[in-house]
Write a protein that binds this ligand. Structure first.
Ligand SMILES: Nc1ncnc2c1ncn2[C@@H]1O[C@H](COP(=O)(O)OP(=O)(O)OP(=O)(O)O)[C@@H](O)[C@H]1O
Length: 255
């Protein structure tokens, strides 16, 4: 579980996160949504330990990050997996090389142990024939699978994903969402995803926090978001005609 308590983050005189508090539970797929510039990426970077909030606490299964020594912080960061926007694979390495990279960097495992783990995670993300291909030789959806395999190869307790669906067609996007959701449940990971994608909200948003101008404006589940009367949330969610229709159908069904 990750507990966030009243965090503030500024850059110079610009106050970006203005006292955000929430809890992300283990085995749950948590989403951060909000308009462009609302502070989602800054918030995710605080969770990753890349930005230090000036005020407030972030606890990872009870451990307050700011109270840990440098080596304890390093160890904790090794328990975090990250899927970057655009996958961020190394172009000069094969799929297998990309997934093995964290193991070679951060563990003392033997070559055969690493190979077994890489084979296992690639199979888990349904990539069996791509080991020796380069990122440029596989589709965007496959690249995301490689990025997910790399993020889970170290058996993380925490998984952070920044726009994991960007650039994918809607069908592939749903497959990637479902894969992240299944992995979260299967390995009991605390997963936090930054997204703009309303399909993701509907499909996998077990807990959603809505940020507005650096504040947490609303939080709830995907079932609750379609019923809320919070105007900022409904403006955001129903900015597309499609979702306006979905809401209308939902209201008609309820009556
Ligand atoms: N390193 C930084 N230095 C200064 N300002 C920053 C830095 N990182 C982010 N900001 C500012 O913080 C604000 C929030 O940015 P952030 O990237 O978190 O938004 P976001 O909600 O993720 O937007 P998007 O959906 O477009 O990615 C923006 O005004 C941005 O310019």
């Amino acid at each position: 579980m990750i507990e966030v308590n009243d965090i503030h983050k500024s850059f110079g005189d610009t106050h970006i996160l203005k006292g955000v508090s929430t809890k992300f539970e283990k085995g749950k797929t948590n989403l951060i949504i909000g308009q462009s510039g609302s502070g989602k990426t800054v918030f995710l970077k605080c969770l990753l330990g890349l930005f230090s909030p000036e005020q407030g606490k972030i606890k990872y299964d009870g451990k307050d990050y700011s109270k840990l020594s440098a080596s304890e912080q390093r160890n904790l960061r090794q328990e975090m997996g990250m899927v970057f926007q655009g996958s961020a694979l190394f172009d000069s390495m094969t799929v297998e090389g990309n997934v093995m990279f964290p193991l070679t960097m951060f563990t003392k495992q033997s070559k055969s142990e690493m190979q077994d783990r890489v084979d296992f995670v690639l199979k888990r993300v349904n990539l069996v024939d791509a080991h020796h291909k380069y990122p440029s030789e596989i589709s965007g959806g496959m690249q995301k699978r490689v990025a997910i395999a790399r993020a889970i190869v170290m058996k993380p307790k925490y998984l952070f994903c920044d726009e994991p669906n960007s650039g994918l067609d809607p069908k592939t996007a749903i497959l990637i969402d479902n894969l992240i959701h299944e992995i979260t449940q299967e390995y009991d990971i605390t997963t936090v995803i930054n997204t703009h994608d309303m399909n993701s909200v509907m499909e996998i948003g077990e807990k959603i926090i809505f940020l507005k101008n650096g504040h947490k404006e609303w939080e709830g589940s995907n079932k609750e978001i379609f019923k809320t009367d919070n105007e900022a949330v409904t403006d955001f969610v129903y900015s597309s005609e499609l979702f306006k229709k979905v809401r209308q159908m939902y209201i008609e069904e309820r009556n």
